[in-house]
Design a protein around this ligand. Structure first.
Ligand SMILES: NC(=O)c1ccc[n+]([C@@H]2O[C@H](COP(=O)([O-])OP(=O)(O)OC[C@H]3O[C@@H](n4cnc5c(N)ncnc54)[C@H](OP(=O)(O)O)[C@@H]3O)[C@@H](O)[C@H]2O)c1
Length: 279
């Protein structure tokens, strides 16, 4: 049976649809299936009868979630529960995409899958609550946490930096938030492997290595051969509606348990820039 990708029109969803062999996955965006509508979710799952449902759909505007709290929980939490119920009803496995923002960022060593959740933003809270419901309702579900996702064909950090660098001699970027940038095609590749390996429980999946946003931006402009100077700054000079974790590096040990290794973020960035140039 094909897998069902919910959120196939998003950054990760598009990468997933490219990763699967033709016919191996059916993808839906919010126009076909609004996960807030349980009947729409059930109808899609009943039609496809997937081995796996990959739930990549979410309300991902982290700052927007602060002002649209109801929408954040309706989509990210109650919508996810609708998908769990359908997975239970039709006997599908479920892979739910989650985030490093379920952590508070006070650790100074990579977060393990079993570390306590303590989200600091509405987005993080809505995803953390979904994780709890999902693992209670469907104990063999796989929760894949990732971070700092980017890719060609969607709004993302490297794209913003490259667009700014094309018209500005200087850019200030925060140097006090550390994480692991993750290239959507690499995550899609890991997800397909995890499904094939019948993964369950919480798995951390990011590109290897870590950096601050400043370090990432500097590497982006350097590799793109742009003269723009990137200046380090601090989060208190860049106040945004949602709090971000200062440190959200995720340990790869759960991924390694399944024999899956993701490329380094440096390697991924090289491929992203090549792909972006080719478009
Ligand atoms: N972006 C990041 O930095 C990041 C970091 C960590 C974890 N994640 C997680 O990774 C997953 C994929 O993120 P992404 O960046 O690929 O997301 P994205 O590009 O923002 O795409 C969001 C997807 O969700 C769909 N969607 C939104 N509301 C929906 C609804 N009510 N019903 C059904 N579908 C709905 C959208 O469909 P339409 O476009 O058709 O409306 C789209 O396909 C999400 O679970 C996210 O929480 C992302």
């Amino acid at each position: 049976m094909p897998n069902l990708i919910i959120g196939a029109t998003g950054l990760l969803g598009k990468a997933l649809m490219r990763e699967y062999a033709p016919g191996a996955a059916v993808g839906v965006g919010s126009k076909q299936v609004d996960i807030r509508q349980r009947s729409q979710v059930e109808a899609a799952v009943e039609r496809v009868r997937p081995d796996w449902i990959v739930l990549a759909a979410a309300y991902t505007d982290v700052d927007g979630c602060e002002t649209n709290q109801q929408l954040a929980f309706d989509v990210n939490c109650r919508g996810a529960v609708n998908v769990v119920q359908a997975a239970r009803e039709f006997g599908s496995r479920l892979m739910f995409l989650s985030t490093d923002y379920v952590f508070d960022g006070t650790k100074e060593a990579p977060y393990q899958a079993h570390d306590e959740r303590n989200p600091q933003s509405v987005y993080g809270k809505s995803k953390a609550e979904a994780e709890i419901h999902i693992t209670e309702l469907l104990p063999d579900a796989c929760v894949v946490r990732t971070s700092w996702l980017y890719g060609v064909g969607g709004r993302c950090f490297p794209d913003t930096i490259l667009n700014l660098a094309a018209r500005r001699p200087d850019i200030d970027v925060v140097n006090d938030q550390r994480g692991s940038p993750t290239y959507a095609p690499d995550l899609a590749h890991a997800i397909v492997q995890l499904c094939a390996k019948d993964a369950g429980g919480i798995v951390h999946a990011t590109n290897r290595g870590d950096c601050t946003w400043y370090e990432f931006a500097r590497e982006i402009v350097t590799r793109a051969g742009l003269p723009t100077v990137i200046h380090p700054t601090t989060s208190d000079k860049f106040v945004r509606p949602a709090a971000r974790p200062k440190y959200s590096v995720l340990s790869p040990s759960t991924l390694e348990k399944y024999g899956v290794e993701m490329p380094t973020w440096h390697d991924a960035l090289t491929r992203y820039l090549r792909e972006r140039l080719a478009r």
